[in-house]
Design a protein around this ligand. Sequence first.
Ligand code: PMP
Length: 376
Amino acid sequence: MIYLDYSATTPVSYDVLESYIRATKDFMGNPNSLHALGFKSKTLMSSAVKQISDIFHVLESEIIFTSGATMANNLAIIGSCLANMKHGNHIIVSKLEHPSIYKICDYLETIGFEVSYVDNNEDGLIDFEDLKNKMRLDTILVSICAVNSETGARQPLKMIRQIIKKENSGVLFHSDMTQALGKVSVSFHDVDLASVSSHKIYGPKGIGLLYKSERVKIKPLLYGSGSNIYNPGTPAVPLIVAFSKAIRLMTADIDKRENFVKRLNNIIVEELSKIDGVLINQTKICIPHILNISLNGIKPETFIHAMEEYDIYLGTNTACASNELSTSVMAIYNDRKRAMSTIRISLSYLTTTDEVYRFLTCFKKVYYKLSTLERD
Ligand code: PMP
């Protein structure tokens, strides 16, 4: 098998799985229980949270566990809007967000909030002037992803934060860092709120977190028992322990891994650029782990399934919106045909050079076969 859909999800690393199994077997108590078994689980959970907060240089109380990035995005954006309604009802997002953000915006519009979409330049970089112009007295939140899930376009969050805070220091800045975490270095200190997900960093599915600066007030979206007001109920101790392990493992050799992935990306771009009808949707701000291409005249779905015959797994625009137009490619290239025919090749430090060459051989076979069929 050649797996090239690492941005959709990653395999759980063995050490992470071991932590999960150990925590499940040896720490069965509910951390909310008052007895010794509960205390044992609570102690384990607290040390996992401490390890996470140390890595990100934030307070333990600033980490809120969620079911994944979707829930973190909901809690960050809807929670901030509900808590800040007295200051205004306007939010700003980019045109390069994950579908989960747009779904939240659609919902917010139904309850009286107004959403503006900030422009980007031809590289996919946020248009800073447009951001300034779109900020109003009633703006309460700006949400801009760290790395776009479809093209890998990476935004300079520190700079964007400065622009936002200079215009109005009361406006909150949220970033969906799901596609950045583990691939490139990120800092929660660049933002007020950040969403990340475990299954994108070789951790288990079903857990993510929202970083919420202690200065920020949000409204809970769920109500129940337990000590966590934003995610009530029984904490998922084994998932928290495993996620913490995945976060610790992810920081090792991050630059070395990125350079390796860059070399793989270069090999693919060099070869695919030679093929007539293949367009490379990669600009200078894209991280190498995500390589988006458009195939002239071939349906992405047909291509993906044809590659599957060779046991090669690719993505379309994003796993959460397969079969639709790539909103991000549209936002960067403003070309509907190009945006309707995108394939996402996503790489990992686990990808080998041999896999890349075998992928390229099969890619050419499939591409030429399908383009001949299309012409006939
Ligand atoms: N945001 C981004 C940028 C993503 O890539 C994804 C996953 N495709 C999500 C949010 C949703 O994450 P989760 O599956 O953890 O809910």
